[in-house]
Design a binder for this molecule. Structure first.
Ligand code: SP5
Ligand code: ZN
Length: 341
């Protein structure tokens, strides 16, 4: 399995995130990707290459121009106000408030483009997110060249980022960017399977009314789990996309057996869709040892997951999402990727 990796993520090194009104140490840290890289090397999974540069067009094919423009300028605007610490929103345009006008006030604009105060915007956020999107596109390129699968090892993650907002540690939706680019480069139907503990609200929303991209997700029930406001079983797609969204929420604390039973349902939905291509949003925060999530997968379960994914026998781009048991994240990811050997 080819792995695409760039050190650009190191520049996105948040110190803290906001949780229940207090600053807590950031969970989404550079060591995550460094440990995955080490494990991929140790497991001799194959070649590790840097991303090529496909420019902004494939990013703007998914994300709104004004959001991308904002992200690119955000850090210089924030530091221009005299700040040195990471930027967090404190005000949001909730129901009845306008989304169509971008306020000139930076904090107000940040609130327009952010779904939570848990996503620190740092000096390196744009550069890291950009490199992550390019990594996903480079992995896609390798698969279009004939490899069965390729892995985009990037951070920050992407699946909570919508067309015009960040959140849940995510800025650019790498899985959606890869799926859209695959469509634009000839795939008629693309399936996205999201196995991160959290529902990929951004990915769902980007493709919700489209019949050409199936979104299937296995996740903690949003009644109690982040992102809370999307990911219920009754969200099945709208308009031309009706039937092309499949959510499998599970209660926090669900067993590995229960999780694999739902994975079979997810796999059946993917087979029924008969896609040309598969994008996997690979989060390993489903581990029993994850500090912020509540499923119960162990190391052998990640290997089993990899076997199930490879058994779909679809050209696959695997994109890194969450996973916060930092000492174990590398082994969990390497175990999942070993399914393709
Ligand atoms: C990509 C991804 O996995 N994003 C997850 C975003 C979760 N954000 C909410 C984090 C809540 C942290 N709770 C800390 C509890 C410590 N006991
Ligand atoms: Zn997650």
């Amino acid at each position: 399995m080819l792995t695409v990796y760039s050190d650009a993520h190191l520049a996105h090194a948040p110190g803290h995130e906001m949780h229940r009104g207090v600053r807590v140490e950031a969970f989404e840290r550079p060591e995550r990707a460094l440990n995955v890289l080490k494990a991929v090397e140790r497991a001799r999974l194959g070649e590790i290459v840097p991303p090529a540069d496909f420019g902004e067009a494939p990013i703007r094919a998914v994300h709104a121009d004004r959001y991308v423009d904002f992200l690119k300028m955000a850090w210089s605007r924030w530091t221009g106000l005299g700040h040195q610490d990471d930027a967090f929103p404190t005000v949001w345009p909730l129901r009845t408030l306008r989304h169509d006008i971008e306020p000139e006030n930076f904090s107000a604009a940040l609130g327009l483009y952010a779904m939570d105060a848990g996503t620190p915007l740092t000096a390196g956020s744009w550069g890291a997110a950009y490199a992550g999107a390019q990594s996903a596109l480079t992995a896609l390129d390798a698969v279009l060249d004939g490899r069965p699968a390729a892995f985009s090892l990037s951070r920050p993650p992407g699946h909570h980022a919508g067309a015009d907002f960040m959140g849940g540690y995510c800025f650019l939706n790498n899985a959606a960017i890869a799926a859209q680019a695959w469509r634009d480069r000839g795939a008629a139907r693309v399936a996205i399977l999201d196995v991160d503990y959290h529902h990929g609200n951004g990915t769902q929303s980007i493709f919700y009314d489209r019949p050409d991209v199936l979104y299937v997700s296995l996740h903690g029930d949003p009644l109690t789990e982040y992102p809370f406001y999307l990911g219920h079983a009754d969200e099945t797609g709208s308009g031309a996309g009706a039937g092309c969204n499949f959510n499998l929420p599970l209660p926090a604390g669900a067993s590995a057996d229960r999780w694999f039973a739902e994975l079979e349902r997810a796999s059946a939905a993917i087979r029924a869709f008969a896609p040309d291509a598969l994008v996997v949003s690979l989060g390993v925060d489903t581990a029993a040892t994850d500090p912020i999530a509540h499923f119960n997968l162990g190391l052998a379960d990640f290997a089993r997951l990899g076997d199930r994914l490879a058994a779909l026998r679809l050209p696959s781009v695997i994109v890194m999402e969450g996973g916060y048991d930092i000492p174990a994240i590398g082994d969990h990811v390497a175990a999942a990727l070993s399914g393709w050997r």
